[in-house]
Design a protein around this ligand. Structure first.
Ligand SMILES: [Zn+2]
Ligand SMILES: [Zn+2]
Ligand SMILES: [Zn+2]
Length: 278
């Protein structure tokens, strides 16, 4: 599987839209990898996990072909993960020669509701006909193309948030944003999964800041705890790629702090445009 990290920032992005803190001012001045857009990950170029307001920027600045996305897995309804207004542009005069004319969107009931709410006024019928919405439930695997996906319960501040386990030809990928330390029901489900996971993406909003008792996002210590549980179940080994992402300006993910995180926790700090194959 090939993972492309298009967006690696938290909801407010880096530099945060309206922020004038020292960290954001420095990121604005430095540009390059210091800029972090909102969460979006491509798998093999045909699956997108989440669809943020920065999808436009991902297509424009990172040369992503978003018309090739056939399947969209939505973790939850927060706007930085599901900006549904943009789907009115998927056809008609706005999009020609799309690589995949059809799109299947998978998400919880609230995600389906947000899609209807945001596209109600402007979605043309001929554009809407090519987009199929699928409501999925936690712990019930579903299949599409060559893939099998399972939504797992997350610990987050929206209704029924999900994280996803994705499988293709014996390979497994685990996507863990936005979530705090996983709920016990999800650990229990994962304890029964057979085989090793090739790569895991972890919510690291808080980086080195202690996030005890905040069950919405994680920092490195929470990541380490989650990974220790997965190791117990035999799901990860020394070759499993561990990627941290969803960084917030409040935790100042400077290059030196991220290098330190990589050294001390054995993780890879994602940046916008990073790719990884396993
Ligand atoms: Zn988020
Ligand atoms: Zn800031
Ligand atoms: Zn969220």
């Amino acid at each position: 599987m090939k993972l492309t990290y298009l967006g690696t920032g938290a909801a407010e992005g880096i530099p945060s839209l309206f922020c004038q803190c020292d960290y954001c001012k420095r990121a604005r001045a430095q540009g390059g990898r210091q800029i972090r857009s909102r969460s979006q990950l491509l798998v093999d170029g045909e699956i997108s996990v989440d669809f943020p307001p920065d999808a436009f920027y991902h297509a424009a600045r990172l040369s992503a072909d978003l018309s090739a996305v056939k399947y969209l897995l939505v973790t939850h309804s927060h706007m930085d993960h599901f900006y549904a207004h943009d789907f009115i542009l998927r056809g008609y005069k706005y999009a020609h020669d799309m690589t995949s004319p059809s799109l299947d969107i998978f998400g919880n009931a609230e995600v389906c509701e947000v899609f209807r709410e945001c596209t109600r006024r402007e979605l043309r019928e001929d554009v809407g006909e090519r987009i199929r919405l699928h409501e999925v439930k936690a712990f019930e695997p579903f299949c599409f193309g060559e893939y099998r996906a399972t939504a797992l319960a997350a610990s987050h501040s929206s209704r029924d948030p999900f994280v996803y386990l994705l499988e293709k030809s014996g390979k497994k990928y685990l996507h863990l944003t936005d979530t705090g330390v996983l709920p016990e029901a999800t650990f229990e489900y994962l304890s029964r999964v057979q085989g090793r996971i090739g790569a895991i993406t972890l919510d690291c909003t808080f980086l080195f800041d202690r996030a005890d008792f905040v069950r919405r996002h994680m920092g490195l210590e929470d990541n380490a705890y989650v990974l220790s549980r997965l190791k117990e179940y035999g799901l990860i080994d020394g070759d499993t790629r561990l990627v941290v992402t969803h960084f917030s300006h409040n935790s100042a993910p400077t290059p030196s702090r991220l290098r330190r995180a990589e050294r001390e926790y054995g993780v890879i700090a994602a940046y916008d445009g990073m790719t990884l194959e396993f």
